[in-house]
Design a protein around this ligand. Sequence first.
Ligand code: KIV
Ligand code: ZN
Length: 511
Amino acid sequence: MTDQVLIFDTTLRDGEQSPGATMNQHEKLQLARQLERLGVDIIEAGFPASSGGDKEAVSRIASEIKQSRVVGLARSLAEDIETSWSAVEKAAKPGIHTFIATSDIHLKHKLRMSREEVIDRAGKAVRLARSLSDWVEFSCEDATRSDRDFLCKVVETAIREGAGTINIPDTVGYSYPSEIYDLIKFIKVSISETENIIISTHCHDDLGLAVANSLAAVEAGARQVECTINGIGERAGNASLEEIVMALRTRKDHFKLTTGIVTDQIFHTSRLVTAITGMPVQPNKAIVGANAFSHESGIHQDGVIKERSTYEIMDPKTVGVSKSSLVLGKHSGRHAFRERMQALGYSLAEEEVNLTFKRFKELADRKKTIYDEDLEAIVAEEVLRTTETYKLLSVTIMAGSDVVPTATVRMTVEGEECHGAELGNGPVDATYNAILKLTGRRPKLLRFAISGITGGTDALGEASIRLEEDGNVAVGKGAHEDILVASAKAMVNALNRLAYMSRRPQAANRL
Ligand code: KIV
Ligand code: ZN
């Protein structure tokens, strides 16, 4: 058995299923480029049959990504499989991932199919997928709650029809480590053909066990792990890529296994996912949380100063965490700016450099010290969040102790310029009233928060909001030296996401 664990990243598919994490095509492409830099073996770019937009995003990723394999998800249906293949076929390394549920609960209540029908459907799906693609993965959805003998029959059928990877998902995060270990061992012992294929695992975090379960599956012989950056995903999320990779690396003495991940790209990838989805990482999150490498207690600080290994099991540099440092100032030129952007992992096109450099100069005129975090905020706004229905042009606010807060907003809606003024209970309320009036949308505000991106009173302020409209949830972010402008930007960003979601047919065929 190989000693390399393949990393199958599903941030763009299962991750995107997190409420509020919808990404547009441009954002997906940016993230796919970074996943390739990170060295993931397989990128699950989307579920092409779920919408035309998703199919197009997968196709664009497939035609650009060269190193990582690009796969599309498909239910065990001919139409899904053909759509998935047509989206990925131009990839340097394409693949189809098809699945069907195998637990009795799913058979009875969701599929309304007998076990025989499921075996038949799985076999036909893999046969069709193999007639199109050399690389086919088959997943038994809800495997950990399936009858083991039946599960083995489905797996045998999929292998016989040519699946090279068999995925055993813990779809609802129900398993515990010794149980999934036992299940993988059982499958390997019961089906001798598993010798020649890759067993994969795909764990959800409903009981907070996704990473532990994935590692237990690896110990039992799984050689592919399906995971997402920051652990985002359906409900409580998926197993977190960074935690699995760093556990395998830090405890190589125990696992004796490697991955192809370029670990010093981890932190930047995590930040990019946050910038794109607007979903923050909790400060105490392992590996990528703000506190993951900070020591508060005096005894710990003293220990780390004397010898880092007393309280640190990983060097922060191995995951790409560097202390915020002064990187550029107002006299920095375009060349230094571009180099710093490259060091942060952004390879910007000429036009993108123009846009971001202009914003950087404007900021540097007002703010003495520019940190990496400031540059990331600029890229997030100028490069990542494009293809917009709404664009904020300006906002002017009158507020104070003796006036009724009034906001005047100028913006474009579908390319048409418009402006309007509204009153509100406070300046943010007035701004939001004006924006909503101009866009004609009526979302419910679920959350609003402001924070400083770096320290100091001249720091960029970051506003993040969460909106709900017709069952769609969207997160928005905006950064500016003026927190009211940041708030307006966050609102417009979230409205753009809602507009994108409402255009996307909410397929009964989304998972
Ligand atoms: O959680 C799950 O079972 C899935 C499958 C489609 C692999 O996401
Ligand atoms: Zn899943």
